[in-house]
Design a protein around this ligand. Structure first.
Ligand code: HEM
Length: 388
């Protein structure tokens, strides 16, 4: 796999360039994700003060599940976890199918489809916006912001940022602030007029007898909005890339729909949307003689772990029916992706409806896909397809 370059035996290594540790092995990743007491998610604590211009680190992590450790993490996750269980999410299937059908109807009969713009972006953003209770019609606004967040080919580094990196970080923080202000506006409105939605639930929630602060509510809702769609957009694009690159797989999936869930799982393994998750060591950790000292930032490259030949036979081959498939594309342990049942359902419904409608959906030889530049994300931002 490209992340391990020419040294596939390297599974844990320090990067002088970024000042962080990289972990590429599946077993090593599992060990880290299963042990939040040693490998904390509060990774901002080792990022030098001032790295994020004009931002205080507490304001960035308050209420942000992905950056919290137990016991606070456990308490906050409980506030919304019931809304994302496979059973509750299953009730969304008719709505997801309706949105997908409407989006595909709008494409018309030109024989072309730009998968990202026509389906893979709008579908998950409409679904998560409706759950949160913010207007899905504002999706062009979120897309503008989120595209800016992703339009960054810099690898995050703990070293003194270059001028270019400083500018990027400043732009990122500005975009983040637009998202937070947008959500705060809706949250303020909800305080006077509660509704049946997740935003109201966060506002009304109590942890240890106290309500969440406005900053906690905004960060939590922002995580749900952003994590709830960009990765699923990539999952849909990546699944199409995988099927397109393997002749015969489209027809096989069309003929036997029972294989659709395993196609989705293999796509998650083969091209993992969220390529890396971050942790920081609370204490020293020994990986077969390679010792990571305390207070070190670790990038756990789940995309590389998902290609580890010690766990997966023929890891660099897309096997639509792979079973078992213990990929780590949704992480593991206490931070296991809250939205995994929703992402899986959206993937299954969308792929089934594409298979119903298009006997031979395929890439357009005259229009190449455009890939996300961000090293932490794997996916396309444009995927022109021939639908005829
Ligand atoms: C956490 C991937 C879809 C919400 C995570 C993590 C991964 C991930 C790897 C673990 C992060 C860590 O351990 O630090 C993905 C992928 C998706 C997807 C690949 C789509 C294919 C979604 C959706 C939602 C969502 C649809 C909607 C609610 C979250 C949240 C967390 C999370 C809230 C934090 C959970 C916690 O820290 O307890 N996701 N995700 N994700 N994801 Fe997803």
């Amino acid at each position: 796999f490209w992340l391990r370059g020419k040294q596939p035996e390297k599974r844990v290594e320090f990067s002088e360039k970024s000042g962080m540790w990289n972990v590429y092995g599946h077993q090593e990743a599992l060990r880290i994700l299963a042990d939040p007491a040693t490998f904390s998610s509060d990774f901002l604590r080792v990022v030098p003060e001032g790295t994020f211009p004009d931002q205080d680190k507490d304001a960035l992590s308050a209420g942000n599940l992905i950056q919290l450790d137990p016991p606070m993490h456990t308490k906050l996750r409980k506030l919304v976890s019931h809304a994302f269980t496979p059973k509750v999410v299953a009730d969304l299937e008719p709505r997801i199918a309706k949105v997908t059908t409407e989006l595909l109807d709008a494409v018309g009969g030109a024989g072309r489809l730009e998968l990202v713009e026509d389906l893979a972006y709008p579908l998950p953003v409409i679904v998560i916006a409706e759950l949160l209770g913010i207007p899905a019609s504002d999706r062009a606004l979120f897309k503008g912001w989120v595209d800016k967040l992703l339009d960054n080919d810099d690898e995050f580094s703990l070293k003194e940022p270059t001028e270019k990196q400083q500018k990027r970080l400043k732009d990122t923080m500005e975009v983040r602030q637009h998202l937070i202000d947008y959500i705060t506006g809706h949250a303020d409105e909800r305080r006077s007029r509660p509704r049946e939605d997740l935003l109201t639930k966060l506002i009304e929630a109590e942890v240890d007898g106290e309500s969440l602060s406005p900053v906690q509510v905004a960060n939590f809702a922002n995580l749900l909005l952003v994590a709830g769609h960009i990765t699923t957009t990539m999952l849909l694009g990546n699944t199409m890339l995988c099927l397109d690159a393997h002749p015969g797989e489209w027809e096989k999936a069309r003929a036997d729909r029972s294989t659709v869930p395993s196609v989705i799982e293999e796509s998650l393994r083969f091209l993992s949307p969220f390529a890396a998750v971050a942790r920081v060591t609370n204490t020293e950790a020994d990986f077969g003689g390679t010792v990571i000292p305390p207070d070190q930032m670790i990038m756990v490259w789940v995309a590389a772990a998902n290609r580890d030949e010690r766990t997966f036979t023929n890891p660099d081959t897309f096997v639509a029916t792979r079973d078992p498939n213990p990929h780590l594309a949704f992480g593991r342990g206490v931070h296991f992706c809250l939205g995994a049942p929703l992402a899986r359902l959206e993937g299954r419904v969308a792929l089934n409806l594409l298979l119903d409608r298009y006997p031979a959906l395929r890439s357009d030889p005259d229009a190449r896909p455009e890939f996300q530049p961000s090293p932490n994300m794997t996916g396309v931002r444009k995927l022109p397809l021939l639908a005829g």
